[in-house]
Design a protein. Structure first.
Length: 219
């Protein structure tokens, strides 16, 4: 099977903390500089063409598996590394996504739980973070198979309203942040596609900003 890599998506930290990536609507991750210091490090590309990305979103109900891509194609763009896939579907809503791990150790992925249990961290959230925040290696084959198989089983059985219709649906509910984002940033699918096209055009003519620089939205 294809190599599978976990990508950690963080929760927004404050009301005006805007996130852009992933661009679910266009099948893109990385053009904002996300993970450019580890998984998407342009000085030592770790992701091969044909790999799959498994997006994990933290939140109050634990870390959920929002989406597993089809096989990706890697591209370099002005010093950044971007992963592209065919954008045929949107991710799960956070509330409906299968559970990777929660604070009490519950999971829909028992092999995955065994894998992170080897971390020396004391609680399950920290065990997950210590394994994947800076990880740039593919999952072992049995764990990767479980991730893809369970995700596809959940996806095939889920009703239509389990899936995001806008970018904000895939992020844990936070009314203040959602209100600010809707008022100040593109969030509808058509707006997001236009924003992605604009970003690509800008990257062709200017030096991209890295994660952590002023006003750079990453994650």
């Amino acid at each position: 099977m294809s190599p599978v890599f976990i990508v950690c998506l963080r929760e927004p930290k404050f009301r005006t903390d805007y996130r852009e990536d992933p661009y679910w609507e266009t099948g893109s991750f990385g053009c904002t500089g996300c993970h450019s210091r580890n998984l998407f490090n342009p000085t030592g590309q770790h992701l091969p063409d044909g790999a799959q990305l498994a997006f994990a979103q933290g939140g109050p109900d634990g870390t959920k598996l929002l989406f597993v891509t089809s096989e990706i194609k890697m591209a370099s763009l002005r010093g950044l590394i971007e992963a592209k896939w065919r954008p045929t579907t949107m991710p799960f809503r956070y509330a409906n996504a299968p559970l990777l791990i929660d604070a009490s150790g519950r999971t829909h992925f028992p092999r995955f739980k065994v894998f992170i249990a080897s971390s020396r961290s004391k609680n399950w959230r920290h065990k997950f973070s210590s394994k994947f925040r800076s990880r740039a290696r593919q999952l072992d084959a049995p764990v990767a198979m479980e991730i893809v198989t369970v995700y596809e089983r959940f996806r095939s059985a889920a009703p239509n309203d389990s899936f995001a219709t806008t970018y904000l649906d895939a992020i844990p509910a936070w009314p203040g942040w959602e209100i600010w984002s809707k008022a100040n940033r593109p969030w509808r699918p058509s707006d997001r596609r236009a924003a992605y096209r604009t970003k690509h055009q800008e990257l062709k003519t200017a030096t991209p900003r890295r994660c952590g620089t002023a006003r750079q939205s990453c994650r």
